[in-house]
Every structure is written in structure tokens, then in C-alpha cells.
Design a protein around this ligand. Structure first.
Ligand code: ADP
Ligand code: ADP
Length: 233
């Protein structure tokens, strides 16, 4: 059962009379429980691919099924709803609300999804527990280290029990040791069955995945298993 089924996906950006072919016919299937690292040089189409997978942007042509649902033809409001319920985003820059406690940051996507107050709090605490931050729930982002902030954002991504976790350079702002801790969290979530898709420039980080998909010039040039998968640090 594919969580993601993508067929001949193309994305063309038009700037004036110029066309930029960011994705040139990408086909890929990702199954439930996979841990995929997307790699490739700058400008190869990784962000565009993540934006399409994350329902932030629509492809110019091609088919995309997320959890069995056709995305390519979906309207913007439908896309927003699918995004909030099915995708958990983790970014390099954490993207937390600065004046808001950790637990309230985690509750935010559930607020948008219409989850009730008590249930929101219960699930937020579960998620913060899962990332090992239960003792810091009332701290604001500026009272937390980078690694702790990233844990909050992972907890937030888990809040609506998404079908996939999408992480764009999640360790890009962290030192090596903290990066390894964060990757161990993704690894544990994946071991528990969560589908994880990660964009990274760093081979050491990609080693935490089970599969590497490599992009170049808007196409997949390599797709295969990670052979020497590291054990958690
Ligand atoms: P990567 O994430 O691998 O660096 P991107 O998907 O960001 O690659 O970019 C792929 C190509 O599409 C690049 O040539 C980039 O300049 C172009 N591109 C990306 N986003 C846009 C956009 N919003 N408008 C126009 N061109 C874009
Ligand atoms: P990355 O670090 O993944 O390479 P980029 O710097 O390529 O990220 O892109 C950052 C953001 O800017 C993305 O949302 C991307 O879609 C957008 N972008 C990239 N290239 C262009 C471009 N030529 N014109 C407009 N937007 C772009």
C-alpha cells in the first residue's frame, strides 16, 4: 500500500516569458513505514518536490495520489485541509511561534483541525513525551536550545497524526551531536511505523534513512536502499 504514488510529475515555473523546468517527469512510489532521504545538488528540484508532496504547491502535470486521494486536481481549500490532516512538516528553522509556550505551539495544528481543548492538551503532551521534552512544555522557544526547539516542532508535526512526516533539512541549523539526537528521534518514530521523508545535503544525515532518492536537473537519477544504516547514536 503506497502512501505516495507519483506518476510523470512535471513542474514548470513561468517568470515572464521564461520557463524553468523544476521537475521533468518524476515517478516514484513511497510505501507506509518507509524512511526516505531526498538528496541532490542545489537547484535539482528537491524543494519543489517537497512542496508538491506536502500539498503546498500543485504540479504542472502528472498524477499524485496521497493516501489514495488524487491531489493533482484538488482545489486550494481542499489542498489546505489535506495538508493539515495528512502532513506533518519539520523545517530547518523550526518555525515556532516565538511568544508561545512549547505545548501551545504543539496544539496549534489541532486548533486549526477543530480538536477540542482537552483533547488538544492530551495529544500535545503525548507528542512532547514522544520527543523527550515533557519537562519543558511551558517554556517559550527562546528559552529552549536549538535541539529542544526542533523537538517541539517534531511534536507539532505529529499532533494531527499525519500519514507522513516531511522534514526539510531538519538538522541544517544544529551542531553534529544535536543533529544525531534529532535523527535518532526520526528513526524511533519510523521504527514505530511512521512514514518519514527527509531532504538533506548531508550524507551522514541521509544514512539514518532506509532509502535514498537522488535528484539532478529535475529528475530522479538514483533510487536505492541505504546499505550501511547506522544504529542510533
Ligand atoms: P533544490 O531544492 O534542489 O535546491 P528547487 O526545487 O528549489 O531545487 O529548484 C529547482 C529549480 O526551480 C531551480 O532552478 C529554481 O531556481 C527553480 N525554482 C524553484 N522555486 C521556484 C519558484 N517559486 N519560482 C521560480 N523558479 C523556482
Ligand atoms: P534550498 O535550500 O532547498 O535550495 P532554495 O533557496 O532553492 O532552497 O529555495 C527557497 C525557496 O525559494 C523555496 O520555496 C523555493 O521554491 C523558492 N525559490 C527557489 N528558487 C526560486 C526562484 N528562482 N524564484 C523564485 N522562488 C524561488
Amino acid at each position: 500500500n503506497s502512501v505516495i504514488q507519483i506518476q510523470d510529475l512535471k513542474k514548470i515555473y513561468r517568470i515572464g516569458d521564461q520557463e524553468i523546468h523544476a521537475l521533468r517527469g518524476v515517478s516514484v512510489a513511497i510505501h507506509e513505514g518507509e524512511f526516505v532521504a531526498i538528496m541532490g545538488p542545489s537547484g535539482s528540484g528537491k524543494s519543489t518536490m517537497m512542496n508538491v508532496i506536502g500539498c503546498l504547491d500543485k504540479p504542472t502535470s502528472g498524477e499524485y495520489f496521497l493516501d489514495g486521494q488524487a491531489i493533482s486536481q484538488a482545489h486550494d481549500d481542499e489542498l489546505a485541509r489535506i495538508r493539515n490532516h495528512k502532513i506533518g512538516f519539520v523545517f530547518q528553522s523550526f518555525n515556532l511561534l516565538p511568544r508561545t509556550e512549547a505545548v501551545e505551539n504543539v496544539e496549534l495544528p489541532m486548533l486549526y483541525a477543530g480538536v477540542g481543548t482537552k483533547e488538544r492538551r492530551r495529544r500535545a503532551l503525548d507528542a512532547l513525551e514522544a520527543v523527550g521534552l515533557i519537562e519543558r512544555i511551558h517554556n517559550k522557544p527562546n528559552e529552549l536550545s536549538g535541539g529542544q526547539q526542533q523537538r517541539v516542532s517534531i511534536a507539532r508535526a505529529l499532533a494531527n497524526e499525519p500519514v507522513i512526516l516531511l522534514a526539510d533539512e531538519p538538522t541544517g541549523a544544529l551542531d553534529t551531536r544535536t543533529s544525531m539526537e534529532i535523527m535518532s528521534i526520526f528513526q524511533r518514530l519510523n521504527d514505530a511505523g511512521k512514514t518519514v521523508i527527509l531532504v538533506t545535503h548531508e550524507p551522514d544525515i541521509a544514512q539514518y534513512a532506509k532509502r535514498i532518492v537522488r535528484f539532478r536537473d529535475g529528475q530522479i537519477i538514483e533510487d536505492g536502499p541505504v546499505l550501511d544504516r547506522r544504529t542510533a547514536a
